[in-house]
Design a protein around this ligand. Structure first.
Ligand code: SAM
Ligand code: SF4
Length: 336
């Protein structure tokens, strides 16, 4: 009997657990100009050689095939996507693809003030910016030498150019959170940014510092509930965040809790890394290497089949709790 998932004329991707896959996170580089300790180790030099990066033509082709299979959302990520030369040209090519109606960006914003206008003109509308603290010294420590001012200038520029929504992602850590989240929250409220708290995930080399900093967001939520009247929010989009609105305001706070309350049952995404590897789950090793196939001249129909077959093997869920040392690739390699 034929497996319906391997029919080439299928126009939607659905995994074995009935989850529609309509979102690709595309890592355009594994490099970064920061070294957030929970993401990329200090002195990390083990980057993919540029000959293995998917070219813009190759990326466009892969994304076009995903678009023909019902993927409608693409997020550019990395590493730091803004360090990849020509990102605006690539963005324009992706945003024009049939089926792709939502192109977004995750960035550390250090280079955003220079690129915000061209990225907006290229069709990006929604951006997520990492910002874990508003204390320059703390910021410098977390990011391995970053300058907070650049991020804040980048955020100002993004707002001026018209990106909406702008979401601030704050990885909450034992040593920084309690002092810092209130300041970040007030900053986001004043600027009409959505704030999302994220639990530190055990990704990267075993024994990395990030895991030691893990703090359940349930702790933060309980504290916030004492300060504010939190109403379950309505912001949707198939993402992993659970949103709450502060009563009497339009301000939304998201909680991304991969560890304390996993959200795998609604997972709608896969990841493509800079070297063209299709990762089926952030927390598992299942993958398919698309680059060798592209460079061997695979047809679009066969590429579709490969992607459909890969989705048919998407794992049910991550195992960050049961096997915290399992995933040894860094977040910046998979595309966070
Ligand atoms: N450089 C961009 C940035 O910082 O937003 C995009 C890539 S970064 C890998 C994407 C997101 O992953 C960021 O919000 C970052 O905070 C988050 N991240 C990285 N390592 C993480 C970890 N170990 N646990 C939780 N979140 C992590
Ligand atoms: Fe770079 Fe983003 Fe990772 Fe920080 S979280 S090191 S900014 S890729």
């Amino acid at each position: 009997m034929k497996n319906p998932l391997t029919e080439v004329d299928q126009t939607k991707l659905v995994d074995p657990f009935g989850r529609p896959i309509e979102y690709v996170r595309l890592s355009v580089t594994d490099k970064c100009n920061l070294r957030c300790f929970y993401c990329m180790p200090k002195g990390c030099k083990n980057f993919e050689s540029s000959s293995n990066w998917l070219s813009f033509d190759e990326i466009e082709r892969v994304m076009a095939v995903f678009g023909s299979l019902g993927v409608n959302r693409v997020r550019l990520t990395g590493g730091e996507p803004l360090v990849r030369k020509g990102l605006a040209q690539l963005s324009l090519r992706i945003s024009k693809l049939p089926g792709i109606n939502d192109l977004s960006l995750s960035t550390n914003a250090t280079l955003l003030s220079q690129q915000a206008e061209s990225l907006y003109a290229a069709g990006i509308r929604r951006i997520n910016v990492s910002l874990d603290t508003l204390n320059q010294q703390q910021f410098c420590q977390i990011t391995g030498g970053g300058k907070l001012k650049q991020v804040l200038t980048g955020l100002d520029k993004a707002q001026e150019v018209g990106f909406k929504p702008i979401k601030v992602n704050m990885v909450v850590m034992k040593d920084t959170c309690l002092d810092d989240y209130q300041q970040v929250l007030e900053y986001c409220m004043q600027n009409d940014f959505t704030l999302r708290f994220i639990e530190t995930m055990p990704i990267g080399s075993p024994g990395r510092d990030g895991s030691k900093q893990y703090l359940s967001l349930q702790t933060v939520k309980k504290r916030l509930e004492k300060q504010y009247d939190l109403i379950p929010g309505i912001m949707t989009g198939g993402g992993p965040a659970r949103y709450y609105r502060i009563n009497g305001t339009s301000f939304e706070i998201g909680f991304i809790t991969p560890i304390s309350q996993h959200f795998c049952e609604t997972c709608n995404r896969v990841r493509v890394s800079v070297d063209g590897t299709l990762y089926l789950c952030l927390g598992q090793d299942d993958k398919v290497e698309l680059r060798p196939l592209l460079r061997a001249g695979i047809s679009d129909d066969d590429l579709k089949k490969v992607i459909i077959d890969a989705i048919a093997k998407k794992p049910e869920r991550h195992e960050f709790n049961k096997k915290p040392d399992k995933i040894v690739r860094f977040m910046s390699m998979t595309g966070g």
